[in-house]
Design a protein around this ligand. Structure first.
Ligand code: DSN
Length: 417
């Protein structure tokens, strides 16, 4: 996929060979390796071109038609188009497309809904949640009273009854659903019921699954949640950034919480790229892509199980899986490093109840969004699972064979050439 040249590196070279050489090395790393980081993807040349455009020159604090600077007539058109595309794609009443990232989107929602010290619930980071869902290390954990929920450590699954009990006890003003490392479908209707039972605002962070939602490969949270946040660069395959969707009644508060609450000038070049990615995600071919991501993940999960890996929850419903490496007698840190050396990129990841520290971990997270964009299918998923198993079991004895397999797959599915 994307078999056309990326010209920007060559263009930079004439002005700054040092930076250009670094960009070139990163391009070759992406081309010559297999990308399995569940939160990464390959943006289209049009998305990349918009990000590297003259739109970066414009200041535009405020919203379309209500800016604090002159000369905003064209970025107004652009941002309005992006807002409309976001609302249309996800069926939302309201959209703010300015958040610079998913964490900024979440921070803005928390600022809009909560006062310092108010209670919120979110999935703990150690169990697959996200820093911005109330980690003590994040502003969300410092400013608000956070009651975190875990997954069941035996099954690896979300325990909705336990969350309901916790919510009834702590009476949160905000409940967040959504995860960075949860391999199963999340039932947003149950979460919505719980939130309504306790009078909480219900927010879903769908960053990881936004592309699956857009493509109809995961239940949409939009009909159930009051507010939905997402990044645009994961399964949605757009530029690095965030956006917020929601019910109209929250629009004013959220708009003020984004600007001036937590951000200054919006990145109109990134907003242009978001508009392009939202158009791409509305195409029929994107539906195929989203379903292929899930199909590839299922094949990869089955192949890993056959290779002797233990998977948290026993498999996957979405784009990722979490391998518990304890039966293989290797840590997440060690397997990540060995895979890096074999040009397979994945990340160490805590498993529920992990006895290892976060910098080591007993697991790895494996995702199929980027490899699927590149065109890889079931046959390659099986080959890659075998490569990961060989890397875990006998790194030195198999590295030549693994690297040859990776090179052959990368050659067959060119990227940005
Ligand atoms: N860093 C992202 C991930 O890898 O899931 C979450 O923001």
């Amino acid at each position: 996929m994307y078999s056309r040249p990326i010209d920007s590196i060559g263009f930079v070279e004439s002005f700054d060979p040092e930076v250009s050489a670094m960009m070139q090395r990163e391009l070759v790393r992406q081309q010559d390796g297999i990308e399995l980081i569940a939160s990464e993807n390959f943006a289209s040349p049009a998305v990349i071109a918009a990000m590297g455009s003259i739109l970066t020159n414009k200041y535009a604090e405020g919203l379309p038609g209500k800016r604090y600077y002159g000369g905003c007539q064209f970025v107004d058109e652009l941002e309005s188009l992006c807002i409309q595309r976001a609302k249309d794609l996800f069926g939302a009443e309201f959209a703010n497309v300015q958040p610079h990232s998913g964490a900024q989107a979440n921070m803005a929602v928390e600022l809009a809904i909560l006062q310092p010290g108010d209670t919120m619930m979110g999935m703990s980071l150690a169990n697959g949640g996200h820093l911005s869902h109330g980690s003590p290390a994040n502003i969300s954990g410092k400013y608000y009273n956070v009651v975190s929920y875990d997954v069941n450590h035996e099954t690896g699954l979300i325990d909705y009854d336990q969350i309901r009990d916790m919510a009834k006890k702590c009476n949160p003003k905000l409940i967040i659903a959504g995860a960075s490392a949860y391999p199963r479908a999340i039932d947003f209707s149950i979460f919505a019921d719980i939130a309504h039972e306790v009078g909480a605002v219900f927010m879903v962070d769908m960053a990881h699954i936004a592309g699956l939602v857009a493509g109809g490969a995961h239940q949409s949270p939009v009909p159930y949640a009051d507010i939905v946040t997402t990044t645009t660069h994961k399964t949605l395959r757009g530029p690095r950034g965030g956006l917020i969707l929601g019910r109209e009644e929250f629009a004013k508060k959220i708009n003020s919480a984004v600007f001036p609450g937590t951000q200054g000038g919006p990145l109109e070049h990134v907003i242009a790229a978001k508009a392009i990615c939202l158009k791409e995600a509305a195409q029929d071919s994107f539906k195929d892509y989203a379903h292929n991501v899930v199909a590839n993940a299922k094949v990869m999960a089955q192949a890993l199980l056959e290779e002797g890996f233990d998977l948290v929850t026993g498999g996957t419903d979405n784009h990722l899986m979490l391998a518990d490496l304890r039966p293989m007698h290797i840590t997440g840190k060690e397997l990540q490093q060995r895979c890096d050396e074999n040009h397979i990129t994945l990340n160490k990841n805590a498993i529920p109840g992990d006895p290892e520290k976060p910098s080591v971990t007993s697991g790895v997270r494996i995702g199929t969004p980027a490899a699927t964009t590149r065109g890889l299918g079931a046959q390659e998923m099986k080959q890659i699972a075998k490569c990961i198993a060989m890397t875990a079991r006998d790194f030195e004895g198999t590295k030549a064979e693994v690297r040859a397999t990776v090179a052959q797959i990368c050659e067959k599915y060119p990227l940005y050439r």
